[in-house]
Structure formats: structure tokens, C-alpha cells
Design a protein around this ligand. Sequence first.
Ligand code: SAH
Ligand code: SF4
Length: 339
Amino acid sequence: MEVLSGLNLEEIQKITDELHASKFRARQIHNWIYLKSVNSIDDMTDLSVKFREELKKVAQVTDTKIKVKQVSSDGTIKYLLEFPDGECVETVLMRFDNRANLTACVSSQVGCAVNCSFCATGKRGFIRNLSYKEIVEQVLTIQRDTGLKVTNVVFMGQGEPLLNLDNVLKAMEIFNENFQIGARRLTLSTSGIIPKINELANLDMQSTLAISLHAPNHDIRKQIMQIENKYPMPELKKALKSYVEKTGRRITIEYLLIKDLNDTLDSAKQLVDYLRDIKCNINLIPYNPTEKNDYQKPSNNSTMRFKSLLEQSGKKVTVRLERGADIDAACGQLRGKVN
Ligand code: SAH
Ligand code: SF4
């Protein structure tokens, strides 16, 4: 049984060819999948009943199930999705009241090998990569379930996208060509896999690269991110500078603020120094407490103080709005609870 979600037009044509149907049928099916996001072949109402019956014998819309769905009071929806092999990942839909944007936060792997100390996903270790179709399915499931069209995709769910780069790039291509989501509306977030950042620099991507830096120096970063031992900050800086030079694109620096660990004045100063000659925006993320560690959320005062110190260096700094706090919408938290 073929799964239609994730197939491009040529691949759908192979199926319609086998059923001796015209190329136009393939285009209709493609529209139903990507633009109208139907739940079943029966919903493809401009296909004849007879053709739908034939199609149903060889294909289905999806094989991904919604295992858990939680809706937050702020409109954020969090899904736990189950693939046919029983593995699950989280996908989150975020809406921001004042904007028409609908942002899907997708996972790229089941589990994650990077094992950052503050992250619930890392705790479970690495299970497997997602295929590009499984990445695409996450956005399609949101569209099917809500009847809304996703406008932005961020790879900030579970997993390290740069350690599954082939599938991630293929999924980005599909978002671009089949969903008509512009490359600039796609964001890749990474813990800093230097060789892959160098590879991306040569691809001339229009998408945004976000770096989970989370620390102002090697010693602090090493405490919370093991990956710092393999890809230390001075090397990372070289890679980031060369990425900006080659692509001309501004990168995003993500900085998780953890109380008393990396939210001090001293940390802010060191971070300003580190980022001085890197063309970037900074996104501060107040730590969202998970059950399995002792880190704490920073106070609002220290977050604002940290922000204004960084702003003095002339960089654009935003504080990530807390989304879905009432539904455990931080990375890896829903999954942890269900299991
Ligand atoms: N592996 C990639 C992408 C997925 S994580 C990466 O690390 O960049 C997406 C973001 O969520 C990362 O910036 C990560 O540091 C952050 N995150 C993880 N656990 C968090 C928590 N408990 N509170 C707030 N942000 C968290
Ligand atoms: Fe993996 Fe990102 Fe979580 Fe680190 S923060 S363990 S890289 S998913």
C-alpha cells in the first residue's frame, strides 16, 4: 500500500499511470494532499467514485496516527504522533495572535544522541532517524487535523537535524516545492555540528540557521552540552563566521537562560565578546523546567537585564514567548510523560 503523503508529483504520476489515469488526476491528488490536506481518498471529491475505489486498493493518504493531542489555552497545539513501527515523536503548532503565521515545530529524529543535560529528548538516547516522509507527515498531520495551512516550519522538535541532514534537506525541498512554503520561512536549529554547518555553507540555502549556543564560554557550555567537547566554541565561531561570509545570511543564536548558571552579568559580557564579529540575531529562551534535573527558570528581571546588556552591543535580541506552558510544550516533555 503506497502512502500518498510525502510523494511528489512525479511519484504520484507513477501510481496514476499504473491505474491508466491521466496526468491531470495526479495533479488533482497532489492538490488534495498538500493544499487541501484531506484525511482520506474518499474526500477527494473531484475524482470519480470509480477511480477513488481503484486508488484505495493501492494507496492511502497516511499511515501516521495522532496518539495524543493537547490544546493549550494560548492556542498552541501539541501532538504526539505514532509511526507504523510504533515509534513516536512530538510536533507542535504555534500561532501568534497578532500574526497570520502558523508555525510547525517538527522533529527530525526519534530521541537524540547529543544528550544535552537540560533536554528531555536527550535523556532517552538516540533511537532512529526519521525519513523525509515522516518529517513531511508531521506538517501534513497538523494541516489535516486543523484544516489550516502551515506557513513556517522550524526544526526545533526532537532530534539533531544536522545528524540526519539528507532527510532534513529532502523534507525542506518538499516544503518548498509541494507546500509552497518559502525557503526563508524554514529554520534549521542545531547544537553545533561543525562539519555539517560547513556543508550547509556551500549549499547556498535561503533558510535560517539557528545555533543552540546556550553558554558564553567553553567551561559553562561543557557542563550543559557534551557536544562542546567534540565541537568547542572557538572552532564553532570559525565555522559560523565562514557560514555568514559564504551565504551572506544572518544566523540566529539561541541562548537558553538558566538561573544562576548562565544568566549573570559576566555571562552577558562574555557572550557579547564571543558574538562581536558574527552577523546574528539573538533569541533568549527562558529555561522551561523538566522533571529530571535541578535547573531553574531565570527571573524576569535577570532575563530583561541580560537582554538589555546584549542590546547595547547593537544586536537584535528577542525573548522567546512561552508557548503552551500548560501542556508541557517544551522539547521532549510530552513524550517523556506518555512513556
Ligand atoms: N537539536 C536541535 C534542535 C532541537 S531542540 C538543537 O538543539 O538545536 C530545539 C530547542 O529547544 C533547542 O534550542 C534546545 O536547547 C531547546 N530546549 C531543550 N530543552 C529545553 C527546555 N527544557 N526549555 C527550553 N528550551 C529547551
Ligand atoms: Fe538533542 Fe537538541 Fe535536545 Fe540537545 S537540545 S539533546 S541537541 S534535541
